[in-house]
Design a protein. Structure first.
Length: 221
């Protein structure tokens, strides 16, 4: 699959979530941020709400778990219907075992890393995952400014994926907007999480199209 846009509903109006999901029907994924107020300093939603989102969403749900003890809790989000479940390397006790468990449940397994976390310790494990998520802000809150210092890590991750001949998606999350998506695409990302850039636009569908075109133009160079 080519470039993908995954709007984060963290920036949506939670009072009208079904309508907000309908606004992003032209995207590839609905990115759902699950936060426990322990791994990150914010509290959002849990399994029952994700299950309701899955039922209402016109597109597949990508659950991004910013939680402690994902080894215990991540499979529940697969059971809730998320088609992709990403957990953080910094929180998992046995990331390979967890990824294999998620894959056995029929969902895509993603490994997330925070801005200060290096990709190098996980290079030999890349084949165990369907996606690597490189955070370009400190996880916890939407609307933060993009951290350019993470671009070299995106490049190294893409190079490692290519060197191993793997079909692993490279997702970028944090401050992705019209001003930054081209740099992310140029660095090798192919899945783009955009929250306020999409939900802050009057025409969400038009913004999704514009972000897709910007990323595709850079990749075509």
């Amino acid at each position: 699959m080519g470039l993908q846009i995954s709007p984060s509903i963290l920036s949506a109006d939670f009072m009208h979530l079904a309508d907000e999901l309908a606004r992003i029907a032209d995207a590839d994924w609905a990115h759902v941020d699950v936060m426990d107020n322990h791994f990150v300093p914010n509290l959002t939603l849990g399994g029952p709400v994700v299950e309701a989102i899955v039922k209402a969403s016109p597109i597949p749900v990508d659950a991004h778990l910013m939680i402690c003890d994902p080894d215990r809790w991540a499979p529940g989000y697969a059971e809730a219907g998320a088609q992709s479940v990403t957990f953080h390397a910094e929180a998992a006790q046995a990331p390979v075992r967890l990824a294999r468990e998620l894959r056995a449940m029929g969902v895509r397994a993603g490994l997330g890393i925070k801005p200060a976390t290096s990709i190098e310790p996980y290079v030999d494990l890349l084949a165990e995952f369907d996606m690597v998520l490189v955070m370009t802000v400190e996880p916890g809150f939407g609307g933060q400014s993009f951290l350019d210092v993470c671009l070299p890590k995106l490049r190294r991750t893409r190079a490692a994926i290519a060197a191993a001949g793997l079909d692993v998606w490279l997702q970028v999350d944090g401050g992705v907007c019209e001003d930054t998506i081209e740099r992310c695409a140029d660095a090798g990302a192919d899945v783009f999480v955009a929250g306020s850039a999409v939900y802050g636009a009057q025409d969400a569908a038009g913004q999704i199209t514009k972000l897709r075109e910007l990323a595709a133009a850079r990749c075509a160079r």
